[in-house]
Design a binder for this molecule. Structure first.
Ligand code: IMP
Ligand code: MG
Length: 186
């Protein structure tokens, strides 16, 4: 099988340097707070792992929990269906929450998560994404901490997949051909 990876846009070193910078800011904002980090699976698993290890320098002592969401997009149906496959299992009442995802694309996933979390009465919720595709946004939402902005290209690696593959790459790359938007992604 030929490798369709076209171009590495962020290599391992650049990603780790950026994560350390983001964590510097998070450490100031979340100092002396009861922090719960919620990773949105599957895409965030590598980013979240590196994020919390970088955070350890600041002794923020977070709890870590995960939500699993699946979304089904379609180029013919403008709205996307999002389903919770696994909900939050930590008590969030009065906690300061940081939601971590791989990428903010249309923004629908993050909007859905924010609506869900509101019911659990946290004191504060902020969002952190490794990648942001602002030109693709369909709902009015932004992330509080962003690793890198990317254009309207399909990217893989560092947790992000195409059809379940490429999550293991330590870098972020664009694929040779952008896959059909109708494909299911998680
Ligand atoms: P949103 O709900 O449209 O913001 O989509 C967010 C989810 O779509 C992300 O958590 C990713 O799993 C997936 N996604 C969006 N763009 C890409 C991409 O370029 N590569 C891989 N996954 C993507
Ligand atoms: Mg995802």
């Amino acid at each position: 099988m030929s490798d369709p990876i076209e171009k590495i846009i962020f290599d391992e070193k650049v990603i780790h340097e950026r994560i350390d910078k983001i964590v510097e800011k998070i450490a100031v904002d979340y100092e002396n707070k009861d922090l719960v980090i919620i990773g949105i699976l599957k895409g965030s698993f590598i980013f979240l792992a590196d994020l919390v290890r970088s955070m350890f320098r600041y002794k923020l002592n977070p709890q870590v929990d995960f939500m699993i969401l699946s979304s089904y997009g379609s180029s013919t149906i403008p709205s996307t269906m999002i389903k919770i496959e696994r909900d939050v299992s930590v008590d969030l009442e009065g906690k300061t929450v940081l939601v971590v995802d791989d990428i903010l694309d249309t923004g629908r996933t993050m909007q859905y998560v924010m609506e869900r979390l509101r019911w659990l009465e946290p004191a504060m919720v902020k969002t952190c994404v490794l990648l942001d595709k602002p030109t693709r946004r369909k709902v009015d939402i932004h992330a509080d901490y962003v690793g890198f902005e990317v254009g309207d290209r399909f990217v893989v690696g560092y947790g992000l997949d195409y059809d379940g593959y490429y999550r293991d790459r330590p870098y972020i790359a664009v694929l040779e051909e952008s896959p059909d938007e109708t494909s299911k992604h998680e």
